[in-house]
Write a protein that binds this ligand. Structure first.
Ligand SMILES: [Zn+2]
Length: 199
């Protein structure tokens, strides 16, 4: 790696920690910041600081929010007894775009991955279990990948054991097998939800 002045090296090192950013991209971004007006650089730094200072996870559903509980969990027009379990907060927008889901969410923040060293204790499952008495149906909307399927199976077993009354459903395979629901379009996602089957 080329040698840069210390502040430049420091920024490059920080940028390289971001997903999908290699050394080359980090250098390009750092030089872009250097050439930008001070005002723009300050706005970027401020936005990052504000994000960390103001956003947190909803204590009920683990969605990223600036109010706790989040607006979904306190909504009077949404069915609080219908919970859609998803991998990441970004999956909410994929499902919201379908306009065919009026329940609430539960964000796991990942999937089980023995190879990646992610076990149940690394996922936000505990506060899903405490929600069960107030829930009628759990839709397992993890991706139809190996990890997503394993996570859905694990959760179905755990939920059944804890609260057998709760209906457990899995989204249909309208979402192509092996793909991430993050990339599902509205129609595909809408069909996957409508065609969900009971486990
Ligand atoms: Zn919430």
């Amino acid at each position: 790696m080329a040698r840069f002045a210390e502040p430049m090296t420091r920024l490059i090192d920080e940028l390289r920690k971001l997903p999908g950013i290699g050394t080359k991209s980090a250098q390009r971004l750092a030089f872009h910041v250097l050439r930008s007006p001070s005002e723009d650089a300050e706005k970027l730094a401020h936005a990052i600081r504000e994000l960390k200072a103001r956003l947190r996870l909803c204590s009920i559903c683990n969605n990223i929010t600036d109010v706790d509980p989040c607006t979904y969990c306190t909504s009077a027009v949404r069915d609080q007894r219908l919970v859609c379990v998803i991998e990441e907060p970004t999956n909410i927008s994929t499902i919201e775009k379908t306009r065919s889901f009026a329940g609430v969410y539960h964000v796991l923040h990942g999937t089980l991955s023995p190879i990646g060293g992610v076990g149940p204790e690394q996922l936000r499952i505990a506060n899903l279990m405490t929600r069960l008495p107030a829930v009628d149906e759990i839709i397992l909307a993890t991706s139809p990948t190996t990890e997503g399927e394993a996570t859905a199976r694990y959760l179905a077993d755990e939920i059944r054991r804890a609260e057998s009354r709760v209906k457990i459903t899995r989204i249909a395979t309208g979402v192509p097998a092996g793909s991430d629901i993050e990339y599902a379009d509205e129609i595909t996602m809408s069909r996957a939800l409508e065609g969900r089957r009971e486990l």
